[in-house]
Ligand binder design. Structure first.
Ligand SMILES: NC(=O)c1ccc[n+]([C@@H]2O[C@H](COP(=O)([O-])OP(=O)(O)OC[C@H]3O[C@@H](n4cnc5c(N)ncnc54)[C@H](OP(=O)(O)O)[C@@H]3O)[C@@H](O)[C@H]2O)c1
Length: 344
């Protein structure tokens, strides 16, 4: 039996980041753990996710943004993000049992007090943290609900080595894409994406005009674009779109990870006349919290593809809560691959 802790360490924002987010913008604090209220549980966190969206939410002029699952941060606020924890104390109203493993939104701390309705119980035997905390669900939802990918589609995935992108490429292939093209920031990552994620071609941004590189990688054009970047990558994708192309736009890293200043404003120059002429659809999409049916469908498909050796779960894991700010800094600098996790 785990002894009941009286305090928990958590990471809080120390100061709004300047142009470049630094691990020193965050601080470790210790807070008392009060008695549980009706329907609450005490969780010992085992893993949590680190998301680059934290840079935007930590910025001085952050606002509530629909689709980003945590609120704007001011100095002193504790960070949060998706986490997997073990129930170590309960209240009868919670209907959760000590020892159960749950998915919940209160990462960035050793222990969390959560309301039972924030917790989804996971099967104990095989907890693969990247299956639950990674963005496979987001990518699967984008390709099956945001748009409907079709057999034979030529697909472009921007930020193709990232948390969502690394899964979107593999899922697109498993759902019948005939050619998958990605973008990234370095040749090392491009090699890895072709070798391990099955990309047919990878464009390295800042390695020449993006539109020329995309036109070369997709000489017959693209049918589907899964866009996490915006800016010139989105403009180029519209220029290379074939008839009836479908775009699912999930984020705008060009704004969030802008070298000058993180912002939620992401203008892009698009030839809009192509939209009616070619019947192109652009859809902004937020996967949000899945209904259990949809999430179970994703986990079932993942299981099948894993058994066939047709998918991997790319992740970079840091050990220890004190390493989490450094993980975030490195993620924002584009130094990491797949979903970024912290193991406690
Ligand atoms: N709609 C939804 O449901 C949903 C859910 C979660 C997240 N999101 C959003 O989706 C986007 C992607 O999220 P993610 O967690 O998968 O992020 P991510 O792709 O893992 O983001 C980190 C990567 O962004 C790339 N990057 C860095 N600076 C860049 C720049 N200036 N321009 C273009 N790329 C840059 C780097 O990759 P390279 O070195 O490979 O370029 C870096 O490794 C974010 O905007 C996020 O807020 C949407």
């Amino acid at each position: 039996m785990h002894p009941r802790p009286r305090v928990s360490r958590q990471v809080a924002l120390a100061a709004h980041p300047g142009n470049k987010l630094q691990s020193t913008d965050f601080t470790m604090t210790e807070v008392p753990l009060p008695p549980l209220a009706l329907g609450q549980v005490l969780l010992r966190n085992r893993w949590f996710r680190v998301s680059v969206s934290t840079r935007l939410m930590a910025s001085r002029d952050a606002k509530d943004i629909k689709g980003i699952p945590f609120p704007p941060l001011k100095p002193g606020d504790a960070l949060s993000d998706g986490a997997i924890g073990e129930v170590i104390a309960t209240t009868p109203e919670s209907q959760l049992q000590v020892g159960e493993i749950v998915l919940h939104p209160l990462g960035w701390r050793d222990y969390a007090i959560a309301d039972a309705h924030q917790c989804k119980v996971l099967q104990r035997e095989s907890i693969e943290p990247a299956a639950y905390l990674g963005h496979g669900w987001t990518a699967y939802a984008a390709l099956t609900r945001g748009i409907r990918i079709k057999r034979g589609d030529i697909v472009f995935v921007s930020s193709g080595a990232g948390a969502i992108g690394s899964m979107a490429a593999q899922i697109a292939r498993n759902l019948g894409a005939s050619r998958v093209i990605g973008s990234t920031g370095s040749t090392d990552k491009a090699d890895w994406m072709k070798r391990d994620l099955g990309y047919d071609a990878v464009i390295v941004r800042n390695d020449g005009p993006f539109i020329e590189q995309l036109a070369k990688a997709a000489p017959h054009g693209i049918d589907v674009c899964v866009d996490m970047v915006g800016g010139e990558q989105l403009s180029a994708a519209v220029s290379c779109a074939r008839e009836d192309a479908r775009f699912v736009i999930l984020g705008a890293l060009v704004a969030e990870l802008n070298a000058e200043r993180s912002t939620s404003v992401a203008p892009a120059d698009i030839d809009t006349f192509r939209l009616p002429i070619m019947g192109i659809t652009l859809r902004g999409y937020s996967a949000g919290e899945p209904s259990s049916d949809a999430f179970d469908e994703w986990i079932r498909r993942l299981d099948e593809w894993q058994q066939e050796g047709a998918i991997c779960l790319p992740s970079t894991t840091f050990n220890g809560l004190d390493k989490a700010p450094e993980a975030l800094q490195q993620a924002c600098e584009g130094r990491l691959k797949g979903v970024v996790l912290v193991e406690l």
